[in-house]
Write a protein that binds this ligand. Sequence first.
Ligand code: ZN
Ligand code: ZN
Length: 238
Amino acid sequence: MWYAIFISAIAMTGIIALRYFASSGAFALATNFRKPGYHSNLGPQIRREILWSLASAAVYGIPAGIVAWGWQERGWTQIYTQWDAMPLWYLIAAPLIYLVLHDTWFYWTHRLMHRPKLFRTMHAVHHASRPPTAWAAMSFHPWEALTGAIVVPALVFLVPIHIASLGLVLLVMTVMGVTNHMGWEMFPRRLVHSRLGGWLITASHHQRHHEEYRCNYGLYFRFWDRLCGTDRGLSERI
Ligand SMILES: [Zn+2]
Ligand SMILES: [Zn+2]
């Protein structure tokens, strides 16, 4: 049993590392087209971003691997695979619930990590990227990575979700994690500056967090930032 859990954790770590190289690599290439030369003198920083991200892959991979094993072998979790096990609308509602809960967790833990003592031990690594690049998506100190690594493995025990909807959550998580750091806005201006856009976090919003630190703490939605008066709007530099 322990051997199977170990293999599952290693496999998950490998999958997350490959996902990182594929997603960050693709958007780094796109950045090269969009902003030629943006990366040119960031070589040493990007190397550090990749090393921290690989450490994070293990921190994410271990709990994910344990839970994936328990799901397959012990019937743990509320992940389901039959399309009609829940109403069809729930296929879309579940990812929204996951994103809102993850966003809430992220906002408060992130805000806490901006207190001076916690900042130095947990969060300074992430802000060492100035400006961040697509490779910074998982560039966290292991303590910070741990706060993110437990979210989805905990939620699958609490909130039922179809395996495909869970895939959608992971896709959104990956794409937004990468693109929010790449230094340019990929969404059309019309959306970003629309009423709906005013509630969503994309690169222009998170970039401002990296410029000013003590604002724009959210992950997917601006709800908490707006409610708590920490929303300073979009970066003017990208
Ligand atoms: Zn960031
Ligand atoms: Zn921060």
